[in-house]
Design a protein. Structure first.
Length: 234
């Protein structure tokens, strides 16, 4: 790709900005002071990423290093679009690129838009080093790496493979970061969506160890009486 392609994406991105959306994003995302928010809604960003799915990785890196929040999100969504078509060595290369740039994935929305659709498909492929990669991310001092590890397992959950998520929940239940606690609960809820008895069994064994917010998120889809059994004890 040429510099013109990157410039075109940036120009189109700014053309999608909405002042009202920016106000809402400032409230929800609470970005760091050095972040610039344009106010571009996620559906519009997804459309932009599809239109620029062939953007070169060197240009994606420029986007990821930007302090414009939506540029980083656009770069991650381009990676996700490329991952949909990638196979084999190309898929592994995209994962390596993503893992080398997780320092740019620095807010919950960036994690949630990328982890399960960039790292996730590679996990589903079942490479031998996948468990070690998840454990390394889960042990990271960077809180967003830890959330990436958890959210990436959504791809496995959708394939009916729940143990990697349970493993991370057990390992991160004492994590100091509430946004990690919420991700744990979200993934448990997704397991419960597919196998509620299995979720109930897991909670019965581990609820005393789990953060309150994790239990609240995990039980949202359970029948009211069943949910109350766990929430009341927290």
């Amino acid at each position: 790709m040429t510099a013109d392609s990157l410039d075109t994406l940036r120009t189109e991105l700014r053309g999608l900005a909405e002042p009202g959306a920016r106000v809402q994003q400032l409230r929800v995302l609470r970005p760091p002071e050095d972040d610039e928010l344009l106010g571009v809604r996620v559906p519009a960003l997804r459309g932009l990423a599809r239109a620029h799915r062939d953007l070169a990785l060197e240009d994606v890196e420029v986007l990821l290093r930007s302090r414009v929040h939506e540029e980083r999100l656009a770069g991650l969504l381009v990676l996700a679009e490329r991952m949909r078509k990638a196979r084999g060595a190309e898929r592994a290369a995209l994962v390596d690129f993503y893992l080398a740039h997780t320092d740019c994935v620095d807010n919950w929305d960036l994690v949630d838009a990328s982890a399960h659709v960039v790292l996730g498909p590679w996990l589903v492929d079942g490479p031998s080093d996948a468990p070690q990669i998840l454990d390394r991310l889960a042990a990271s001092a960077w809180r967003w790496d830890r959330r990436i590890a958890v959210v990436a397992t959504l791809a496995l959950i959708r394939e009916g493979r729940f143990e990697p998520t349970f493993h991370l929940v057990r390992g991160l239940c004492r994590d100091p970061e509430p946004l990690v606690h919420k991700a744990l609960g979200w993934m448990l809820r997704e397991i419960g969506r597919r196998d509620a008895p299995l979720l109930v069994t897991f909670l019965e064994r581990h609820q005393a160890e789990l953060p309150r917010v994790t239990v609240r998120y995990a039980t949202e889809l359970l029948p009211a009486g069943e949910r109350a059994r766990f929430v009341r004890t927290r």
